[in-house]
Ligand binder design. Sequence first.
Ligand code: ZN
Length: 329
Amino acid sequence: MIDPRQIAAGIVGAVDWQTEVSGFCRCPGESLHTHPTGKKDCRVSVDGAPTIYCFHSSCEAAVAGANRALRRAIGGSPWEIVLPGGKILRSGDILQTGGVVLPREVIRARATGSGLNLVEQMDLESLRVLALRFKPELFAKFHWPFAQILSDSPLLVADRDADEQFRTWLRLWPAHCHVWIGDVYSSGRPEHRTHFRPVADWYQIGPVMGNFTCGSAFKPGSFQRSNANCDGTRFLVVESDTLKKDEIGAVFAYMNNRLHFNLHAIIDTAGKSLHGWFDAPNNRLIETRLKAVLHVFGCDPKLFTYSQPVRVPGAYRDGKLQRIVWLKN
Ligand SMILES: [Zn+2]
């Protein structure tokens, strides 16, 4: 019988095993990293779907290639590992923290049934493994290309002019909210207070103060876009630097239809991407799990920084209108 750990080490080199089946290794695409590489940035796991997972995104293609090699090498031959205490872990099972074995039959039923469950008691590592396994299926099953998003919109808004785009977007906010609109640097000094205004003010002013806003409202009197100044009213703006306009719709559809996060609007940034505006999770645990899953799917982990600037509808970017292309009724 094969030892999957030996095979993994044959592909990624020496592994600093943290559990019987999972440890840190050198990223197969380390030379492509655009940020400094930490010792714990890349992990290999041989349980579940054997997976190399790196926190960097610039190495994605190299990691994907190594994952194919890893799964080819391990996937064909069933194996068993005897865990401390005598329990048996078989190929395809997942070893959860605390030594609990999640049998492969259960994983398979979940992956093909209801997808990922963010509420379930499962450690983040297992959730990432499942998310990675589920990813190809997600993009196939929930495929929602840009043209389809446009024609599926419950309210027809994409053709509205800049002012109407802006006002339509303002209506997503509760009336009492103070919203920031500006350019990325319109924050941090008292004179920037003019960029933090109640929704009603923005209604009068229109989309002229900048190209950006935030998913969070701010406390009255703020002049700095910081998490400490957020007032608690917030949207989760889901975006990706890597997923194309025809791809990211699958993530929006999955979140809205399957995970039941409430999608309010999809915004065309007048660049390469679409942003999905969702109700933000109000539960810390769910937020952490969603973040892990969305990162695996290719979305930007910065999106959980609610004071992060995002494109505001109604402003022009290089002559193209930032606009709402899908709006909930
Ligand atoms: Zn990497």
